[in-house]
Ligand binder design. Structure first.
Ligand SMILES: CNc1ncnc2c1ncn2[C@@H]1O[C@H](COP(=O)(O)O)[C@@H](O)[C@H]1O
Length: 358
């Protein structure tokens, strides 16, 4: 492999670890379109617009953040409201990440129920876990995938504990094959909603059971009060996602702890969560710290930027050589909840091949 610039072929070939992607936001418009056609042929979803028209970014790929969150509740969840389609969409998402050269994936999802189809939260998690189990079994040596269960900020304390209980029930234990693949718990959802302090008990239970903890952090000014951020830090999270509006004192603690950071460039820029475009993205400030950075896609089905493109963007805006891009990919592995040894080996092999040719 010649030592030239970071082009798309290089970014796809790079063995990548994706740590911050939402299952329902990673379903491609094409897959949603297929589900929509199937449902319509069965006389369902007749009032729902074609996903190929409904999920469209505006000019320059801009996605309006106000209509972003309702897109899930009103649209994507109406299509993926039964176990058959949840399974189908999950398989398609795993295939899409694999095609993009992702070799390790932590995919987060919120347990969801639907009375009309008989889908319970437990059946939802069971179906997702089973799909991951089958994938990992049938694709050894390719993409290795693990679910993370998300608590939504709108949930009650009891609902959050229910999510953690499911995560424990389906937890991944590396040395004993119990069939579970869940490696962690996330807190996400609309950052304008909720009071995070009610989730302290749920997070303590997750931690006590050895699950990884990752939290959406300082996404908008309203969710960036010192009170909220200090509450989250008191849970000793392993990783933090987005980290846009971090006050200096909080930043100091994160740097001291070398907390893993999930950075979603396209999501932040295209949704207007950050200002100043890619050029002024806060990844530049964190690149100078000891915090491992995991470049991530967040919702590739909506923002349309696969992980390989996120690496190309980082190379362009941080002015990275191929060697430095490989180091960045290793940082993501350092922050992962499983599979580190295998991924480091893959990246070392990739680097050695690159050294020989370059
Ligand atoms: C700006 N980025 C974001 N910030 C916060 N939460 C987000 C998000 N993007 C997605 N979600 C959360 O993920 C759910 C969809 O996937 P699952 O149904 O769980 O698989 C959304 O309902 C929202 O709660």
């Amino acid at each position: 492999m010649a030592s030239s610039s970071v082009d798309p072929a290089f970014s796809i070939a790079l063995p990548k670890a994706e740590l911050h992607a939402h299952l329902s936001g990673s379903i491609s418009p094409t897959t949603l379109h297929e589900i929509w056609l199937k449902k319509r042929s069965e006389g369902q979803c007749l009032d729902l617009e074609d996903p190929l028209a409904a999920i469209k970014a505006g000019g320059d790929g801009f996605v309006d953040i106000v209509s972003f969150f309702p897109l899930f509740d009103k649209y994507i969840y109406a299509l993926c409201n039964d176990l058959e389609n949840v399974k189908y969409a999950t398989e398609k998402v795993l295939q899409d990440f694999s095609k993009d050269g992702v070799r390790y994936l932590e995919l987060r999802t919120t347990p969801r129920a639907c009375v009309e189809t008989g889908m319970t939260k437990e059946l939802y998690v069971d179906t997702v876990n089973e799909t991951f189990a089958r994938w990992n079994h049938n694709h050894t040596g390719q993409l290795e995938a693990y679910p993370i269960l998300s608590i939504d900020r709108r949930m009650s304390a009891e609902e959050a504990i229910e999510v953690v209980d499911l995560a424990v029930k389906y937890q991944y234990h590396p040395n004993q094959d119990k069939g579970g693949y869940v490696v962690g718990v996330d807190l996400g959802g609309n950052p304008m909603k909720g009071n995070v302090s009610i989730f302290t008990e749920a997070m303590a239970t997750a931690k006590a059971n050895g699950l990884g903890i990752t939290i959406h952090f300082a996404e908008v000014p309203q969710s960036s009060t010192e009170e909220e951020l200090n509450t989250i830090l008191s849970w000793r999270p392993d990783r933090l996602g987005h980290c846009i509006h971090v006050p200096p004192l909080i930043e100091k603690v994160m740097r001291q702890r070398s907390t893993g950071l999930e950075m979603c460039l396209s999501c932040n820029v295209l949704s207007g969560l950050t200002s100043g475009g890619f050029e002024r993205h806060h990844i530049k400030q964190w690149a100078q710290s000891d915090c491992p950075i995991a470049l991530s896609t967040d919702d590739v089905g909506i923002f349309g930027s696969p992980l390989s493109n996120e690496y190309s963007l980082a190379a362009k805006y941080l002015h990275l050589s191929r060697k430095q891009v490989i180091s960045l990919a290793k940082q993501a592995v350092q922050a992962s909840f499983a599979g580190r040894k295998r991924m480091m080996r893959l990246l070392d092999e990739f680097e050695a091949a690159f050294d020989q040719d370059g």
